[in-house]
Design a protein around this ligand. Structure first.
Ligand code: ADP
Length: 495
């Protein structure tokens, strides 16, 4: 370590030779030197200047060295005192050391001896200063960390959504005010207990426990969870693991938002759709029937032209009526009232009836429509027949609609484990990969050259999916543009 001796040294000795010799030796190596011949003179200088090292003779007339030492100990403990003493007073020197002097040097001394002992004192000062600097920095870092921690805490506290954090044992370690408010907990409820003590929903508690224990490391696999606190209050919860630097699980963080307003809006929307649809359906059906009568009874010269116009009007009313039917079905599914009457039934019969009903449409397009049943009789299903008619009516009607003239539609039924599997296969227009996810969304229709002019609502498949969900069934689709599509439905025998 390189030390620059730019320290101020005060030499206190009644012997002028010692004072002058010390000044010479020390200023040559870069120290600044001040001199005093008496104790009180030394204290005077100490009051005015910032002295780092003091060479102090113990035996002086008037105030002796020990007294000076005692006085400066009371004022400035950082000054390093080196006692200068004759051989006869070694004991006094030891006494001086006990009183806080740093070192001593016997009289008479060699220049090297003085340099060594003063340098050592300066080194000590240097170390003390470095240590003080480090301590200061450490305190500053600690206080920075503290500020950071309290900043993060403030942010979490002020989140409008509820936040709860658990440790790996599933104990709650933090809850923000929004969390307590959403869960209806008292504001002064403390963290520290098991999750169940704060969350009333069993499934959610189980999920958060699993996340806390590191059983869900893949963020995307963790399902959102909706729960209700009774009444109109609906909450949406999302749990995520808190991972450490080595990806180890440190606990879970649970985020909760209030979705009551959204739920209410959804319900109002469904009610609105249902109401409007009801109001529209009967006048439209009347117009539709009346148009049929007019078309049939028409006589006269421009009859063909008029019939054409009215037939087109009738096509439009038909489209509107089916749209309204679909909207009504959808709102009933959303309210969960469509599958209320499951009964024992034979699927073959239902499929045969639908195919009989749709055969006319297929024949108009010169399409073949075949039902292939398994050799062995199918077990009876427990389901709502109206729902099944809607599912397969929609799928087979789609197969007819989205297949060219002369196409082929085959409906196959077989058993797949505990499920009945029904496949509706066509060799029609097919669906490009990128649309396969979307066709189950409400109002989504693929519009390309082939399908643009086919009328439809985009509600058939969402209805099919909604009904199958409520029956515990599944639907899947495979398709290739230009080759055709297969919609596969799995239905549990009992649900
Ligand atoms: P809609 O038939 O009233 O348009 P759907 O919800 O039943 O509504 O179908 C959504 C879209 O999926 C259709 O517009 C069509 O583009 C596509 N689609 C459905 N079934 C088939 C099929 N068998 N072949 C090709 N495309 C189909």
């Amino acid at each position: 370590m390189e030390i620059r001796p730019d320290a101020l040294v005060l030499v206190v000795d009644d012997e002028q030779d010692i004072r002058d010799a010390s000044e010479r030796i020390l200023s040559r190596v870069g120290y600044q030197v001040q001199k005093a011949s008496r104790g009180d003179e030394a204290l005077d200088i100490l009051n005015k200047k910032s002295v780092d090292i003091m060479l102090l003779d113990l035996k002086m007339p008037g105030m002796d060295g020990l007294e000076v030492l005692e006085r400066i100990r009371k004022q400035n403990t950082k000054i390093q005192v080196i006692v200068i003493t004759g051989y006869a007073t070694v004991e006094t020197a030891i006494e001086a050391m006990k009183q806080g002097a740093y070192d001593f040097i016997p009289k008479p001394f060699e220049p090297d001896q003085l340099r060594i002992v003063v340098n050592r004192a300066w080194e000590k000062i240097h170390f003390i200063r470095e240590a003080e600097k480090l301590e200061l920095e450490r305190n500053r870092t600690l206080s920075d960390l503290d500020t950071e921690k309290s900043r993060i805490r403030t942010i979490i506290e002020s989140f409008p959504s509820g936040v709860m954090v658990t440790n790996p044992k599933g104990r709650v370690v933090l809850m923000n005010p929004a969390f307590k408010q959403l869960l209806g907990l008292d504001t002064d409820v403390k963290a520290g207990n098991r999750i169940e003590d704060y969350l009333p929903d069993e499934n959610l508690c189980r999920l958060i426990m699993e996340i806390s224990q590191g059983k869900h490391v893949d963020y995307d696999d963790i399902p959102d969870h909706e729960f209700s606190l009774g009444g109109e209050k609906h909450l949406l919860a999302r749990g995520q693991p808190v991972l450490g630097e080595r990806k180890e699980c440190l606990g879970a963080v649970l985020n909760i938002v209030d979705i009551s307003a959204m739920k209410l809006l959804d319900q109002l929307k469904s009610e609105f759709v249902a109401k409007v649809s009801h109001e529209l359906r009967s006048p439209l059906s009347t117009i539709h029937e009346q148009l049929a009568l007019v078309i049939k009874d028409m006589v006269g010269e421009d009859i063909a032209q008029d019939q054409h116009i009215l037939s087109r009007a009738r096509e439009k009313t038909k489209g509107l009526i089916s749209l309204i039917g679909d909207l009504l079905d959808l709102s009933r599914i959303e309210e969960g009232i469509i599958c209320h009457e499951p009964q024992s039934l034979r699927l073959e019969e239902i499929l045969e009836n639908i195919i009989d009903f749709l055969r006319t449409s297929a024949q108009k397009m010169n399409q073949s429509l075949t039902l292939l049943l398994p050799q062995d009789e199918l077990p009876e299903l427990t389901a709502d027949p109206i729902a099944l008619e809607s599912v397969f009516g929609n799928l087979i009607a789609n197969a007819i609609n989205y297949t060219q003239e002369g196409g082929e539609i085959i409906v196959t039924v077989d058993m797949a484990g505990i499920n009945v599997r029904i496949r509706v296969k066509d060799n029609g227009f097919g669906i490009a990969d990128k649309y396969l996810d979307k066709i189950f969304d409400r109002f989504y229709r693929v519009k390309d050259d082939k399908t643009r002019y086919i009328t439809g609502t985009g509600l058939g498949l969402p209805i099919v999916k909604g009904l199958l969900d409520s029956m515990g069934g599944l639907i899947d689709v495979e398709s290739e543009p230009g080759k055709g599509s297969v919609f596969t439905v799995l239905l549990p025998i009992k649900n």
